[in-house]
Ligand binder design. Structure first.
Ligand SMILES: [Zn+2]
Length: 383
């Protein structure tokens, strides 16, 4: 039986449209048609009451949520709990993100994601392995004892997930251009982060297939007058994607607005970098033995260092409008279409169009999420 979502304001390529009906069948968008279309009349109809129908949000960097930290419990139930916590805020696809850990833990996390994909845990796309191949000089809250160089011995591990996407955040100076190229050739998306690379080193990595910058401006060599650094490389390179955390704490909105003037907006994507507090009232949590305190949208360790965020994706989209001056369609695309492109999933995710997976968000004008669909199933059916 197909489902017809009628009377919504649908975000399409041209902007918001009214008077169209989204037809869903077998988890896919069958078509977007006029309500008079005979296929619409024979479907189960659902009146959206004029609310906004958006492509589901895609979060490529999410460490936790619902009181769960992926690092603490790299298993299927943790992934399910994190997905459930973020779904309430419009995230319909996500990459559970593992912070630098021993390689046995990385292996366990990959196994957990593989099992979650097989179990069809709603929304899980693959894994984001953030470290341990990072530069201690830009470690942020990553445990320096875990950080290491990437050599050929870890290639098998990093390419071992089948059936989902693998994203690896690494410091290019902690490996070789050749290994970056081998990872990319094996289908891994490689992003630079926690890096002290020079502009020249970063340029070489980009030329060998590196295609992203993890939490732009944070934990990377900065743009200065005589050395553009990783930030300069990110803003100068027209093709790569930049993850941005629009929580008002990780990066000043002025700095992000300047960044947005440097390259095409379709190369920016919103990420939450969320910690376990999202979806809870918890004021603190433990990260690898350290106490982390939640203050507003941000998390801090005992030394006042940023330790991920406490923001959900709907709030990121809202902030992208209010703090960065983007239009709502642009902000939504930064949370849907552009991350789908970055992850190589633009053929099936990130748009409300014929043939796409029916991952959708229903929201009011204030971007409060009213309902979500993942592969055509609404939150009531799957959560
Ligand atoms: Zn990080």
């Amino acid at each position: 039986m197909s489902l017809a979502l009628t009377n919504g304001r649908i975000l399409r390529e041209s902007g918001f449209t009214e008077g169209e009906c989204v037809l869903i069948e077998n988890g896919r968008i069958l078509d977007v048609v006029a309500p008079s279309d005979p296929r619409c009349r024979s479907a189960v109809r659902r009146d959206l009451g004029g609310a906004l129908l958006l492509p589901g949000f895609i979060d490529s960097q999410v460490n936790g949520g619902g009181g769960v930290l992926f690092n603490d419990a790299p298993d299927v139930e943790a992934i399910r709990a994190i997905g459930r916590a973020h779904r309430r805020f419009g995230t319909t696809a996500f990459m559970p993100t593992l912070i630098s850990a021993d390689l046995e833990v990385v292996a366990r996390a990959i196994e957990a994601v593989r099992a979650a994909l097989l179990a069809r845990v709603p929304g899980v796309l693959g894994i984001h392995i953030e470290g341990p191949f990072l530069n201690v000089a830009r470690k942020g809250v990553h445990d320096p004892a875990k950080l290491r160089e990437l050599d050929a011995s870890a290639l098998g591990l990093l390419t071992s997930l089948r059936g989902g996407r693998t994203l690896v955040t690494l410091a290019p100076e902690m490996t070789t251009p050749d290994l970056i190229e081998q990872l990319v050739a094996a289908g891994v998306v490689v992003s630079a982060g926690h890096t002290n690379a020079s502009y020249a080193e970063m340029r070489v990595a980009l030329d060998h297939g590196l295609s992203g910058f993890t939490h732009l401006f944070n934990a990377m060599s900065q743009l200065t007058g005589r050395e553009p650094g990783a930030v300069g490389a990110a803003l100068d390179d027209p093709s790569s994607w930049c993850g941005i955390i629009v929580d008002g704490a990780h990066t000043d909105p002025v700095v992000l607005r300047i960044a947005l003037r440097c390259k095409s907006h379709d190369r920016f994507m919103l990420v939450t970098d969320a910690m376990p507090g999202v979806g809870t009232d918890n004021g603190s949590f433990e990260l690898q033995g350290r106490r982390i305190t939640v203050r507003g949208y941000a998390c801090f360790d005992e030394d006042g260092r940023l330790a991920g965020s406490n923001i959900d994706m709907a709030s990121c989209v809202r902030n992208a409008v209010t703090l960065l001056g983007l239009s709502l369609p642009e902000a939504v695309r930064m949370a849907s279409q552009w991350p789908a492109e970055f992850l190589g999933l633009a053929h099936e995710l990130g748009r409300i169009a014929r043939g796409y997976r029916a991952n959708l968000v229903l929201a009011d004008e204030g971007l409060n999420v009213l309902e979500t669909w993942i592969d055509g199933r609404d939150s009531g059916e799957t959560v």
